[in-house]
Design a protein around this ligand. Structure first.
Ligand code: CTP
Ligand code: ZN
Length: 155
């Protein structure tokens, strides 16, 4: 640890989301619906030195284990993130998120006229990964390209 740096304490039970792409810690918080008005302690560390990423963000959530749906959403905006499930101070599970080539049912097409938004005919959204960083998804039904900001707006 370099002089002057602050070590964030270990947690007892919960989830540590590590190796978040810098600048995206607050998006992760938003995706998880955390508003600080309920639940356990949440620690956010931004611009932490990392050998792998240069600089990274970290989010620690005490008393909550993420489910697979939440992990899939995080993959969209932090494709290098590691999800560590902590039980009794130990890393009980380590999940590496993966940006899928096809994204189903997680985000909606922003084009109102898209057939996937026709409420009388519920169709599961399907997008293809066009670009990973910055994120770009292409709608299977209308070919509309969704940018990262369009996707973040939905969470
Ligand atoms: N961690 C924590 N509380 C614990 C255990 C671990 O907050 N009780 C955090 C660590 O500080 C680290 C992350 O969880 O940010 C993963 O822990 P660990 O696997 O021990 O660290 P590394 O080996 O550095 O992980 P990686 O190989 O994924 O970089
Ligand atoms: Zn569409």
């Amino acid at each position: 640890m370099s002089p002057g740096s602050l070590r964030v304490s270990k947690i007892r039970n919960g989830t540590v989301i590590d190796h978040i792409t810098k600048g995206h810690a607050l998006d992760v918080i938003k995706i998880l619906g955390i508003n600080g008005r309920s639940g356990g302690t949440v620690t956010i560390a931004m611009n932490v030195q990392s050998s792998k990423l240069g600089v990274k963000d970290i989010v620690k959530i005490e008393g909550r284990e993420l489910n697979s749906e939440e992990v899939d959403k995080i993959a969209l905006i932090a494709p290098h993130a590691t999800i560590n499930i902590i039980r009794n101070y130990r890393v009980a599970e380590k999940l590496t998120v993966k940006l899928p080539s096809v994204v189903r049912g997680i985000v909606k097409c922003i084009k109102p006229s898209c057939i996937s938004n026709n409420s009388s005919e519920p169709i599961k959204s399907i997008f293809y990964l066009e670009e990973a960083d910055p994120l770009k998804l292409r709608c299977h039904y209308c070919n509309n390209i969704m940018e990262e900001k369009d996707i973040l707006q939905q969470f």
